[in-house]
Design a protein around this ligand. Structure first.
Ligand code: FAD
Length: 404
């Protein structure tokens, strides 16, 4: 559609959620001349600091960077990113070995700080003309009247705002998805993993530098469970410990050394002292790097992991879902955000190519739903690979041969 087409200036859209996908999608549409309003339940992180508090980072891959480049956000994001050349595997016997992702530094991934990334994307959205409305939590939707109902959780005030179409970028627990499911059958099902995670931290060294090699994604694979660490530009590492939820028999690695006993789980590793004992036994080279281990373990929440499947992502021309709201996945392939960013580009392009929104939403779903299913399956497979196979000598030999 030509830039001076009168239909272009009429085009308005409402995005729910100013997280990673919501902010990027809003930017891409505003840059195409759309009038975009974004409603976010939390406060503006640029005013109050990122509410997540702790440093939590994400692996950014080429598919995500491509979307950031299109929005003009890549340079600002990359200014804070830390390069990860490969997996640094920490074996049980103390050996450490780097498995590169590619032949050279053109094939790498990047560690980015979730809070800083969100702030960059919000700044870029605002500069593109997006109207950001914070403290507006979507509560319900009257799809017939096309009115969205929001609540400001600070004072419980209600706000009723008309819309033409809603884009649900409100994450895995999407309220918009719930509202849509009252209108049509979305075919929703969630598979929760029987493993959960806990985030811990490696602080900077006494001289202010990194305590271990910053240019790698560190992995301590231990069969049925594992630990990983990703670098932050503030010289810290975010460590994530993945354990089964319940005790399971573990012949290879019984927790108290008796064959046939169970391995560690969040049911048996409950306190900071339990965590220290686990690290002393299974991650001894990581333990001295984490002086706050006990406190982190006890203060930080345990996160659950799951995969969300939907058969349909859209409600005619009135609503569509993207990112985690449409296809949340387990984090082991590091692709949830990257996949969400690809959604943003695809939906912006479909919307910009036709005046028929229902057709654009349907075309977006037809393009992206099969892709997201494939990535979800790869993410589940990668859990087995990361925790079980990266320290397997046959596997390493095969990978080495593939790379020569
Ligand atoms: P979110 O980031 O969840 O954003 C949703 C936004 O909507 C939030 O701002 C929220 O406040 C807002 N919101 C929610 N409800 C409402 C409402 N009712 N009204 C208004 N606003 C609302 N992905 C990667 O690519 N690489 C990784 O390395 C990686 N690691 C991960 C590690 C872990 C432990 C986890 C759990 C996930 C990881 N992911 C990773 C996945 C990634 O975090 C998500 O895929 C990504 O955040 C999805 O972005 P989103 O914008 O769709 O959702």
């Amino acid at each position: 559609m030509p830039l001076d087409d009168p239909a272009r200036v009429e085009r308005r859209i409402t995005v729910i959620g100013a997280g990673l996908a919501g902010a990027l999608f809003a930017t891409l549409l505003a840059q195409r001349g759309w009038s975009v309003d974004v409603y976010e339940k939390r406060g503006d992180p640029r005013v109050r600091g990122y509410e997540g508090g702790r440093s939590i980072n994400l692996a950014l891959a080429e598919r995500g960077r491509h979307a950031l480049r299109l929005a003009g956000a890549d340079e600002a994001v990359m200014a804070q990113a830390v390069m990860m050349r490969g997996r640094m595997v920490h074996f049980e016997d103390g050996r450490v070995s780097l498995q590169r992702y590619g032949k050279n530094d053109s094939e790498v991934i990047w560690s980015v700080h979730r809070g800083e990334l969100n702030i960059v994307l919000l700044d870029i959205a605002e500069r593109a003309g997006v109207r950001l409305h914070f403290h507006r939590s979507l509560e319900s939707v009257d799809f017939d009247a096309r009115i969205a109902h929001y609540i400001d959780e600070r004072d419980d005030s209600r706000h009723h705002v008309p819309f033409e179409s809603l884009v649900g970028a409100d994450g895995a627990g999407s309220t918009l998805r719930f509202a849509m499911s009252g209108e049509i059958e979305l075919g929703e099902r969630s598979d929760f993993l029987d493993h959960s995670y806990k985030e811990l931290e490696i602080p900077p060294a006494d001289d202010g530098g990194f305590r271990i090699d910053p240019n790698a994604l560190h992995i301590w694979p231990r069969g049925r469970y594992m630990c990983i660490a990703l670098p932050n530009d503030e010289r810290t590492f975010t460590v994530t410990l993945f354990l089964p939820n319940e005790d399971v028999p573990n012949e290879a690695r019984p927790i108290d050394g008796r064959p046939g006993d169970h391995g560690p789980s969040f049911a048996s590793v409950r306190t900071g002292t339990d965590a220290r004992a686990l690290f002393e036994r299974d991650f001894p080279d990581a333990l001295p790097l984490m002086p706050q281990l006990e406190q982190d373990f006890e203060n930080n929440p345990t996160g659950i992991l799951g995969t969300l499947y939907l058969d349909s992502w859209q409600l005619d021309d009135r609503a569509v879902l993207l990112g985690d709201a449409a296809h949340a996945m387990v984090p082991f392939h590091g692709q949830g955000m990257n996949c969400a960013f690809e959604d943003c580009v695809a939906l912006a392009e479909h919307l910009d190519s036709t005046a028929n929104r229902a057709a654009a939403f349907a075309a977006f779903e037809a393009e992206r739903l099969p892709n997201s299913r494939a990535i979800q399956a790869m993410a589940l497979e990668n859990y087995l690979e990361m925790r079980d196979r990266v320290d397997d000598d046959d596997y390493l030999l095969q990978r080495a041969l593939e790379q020569t």
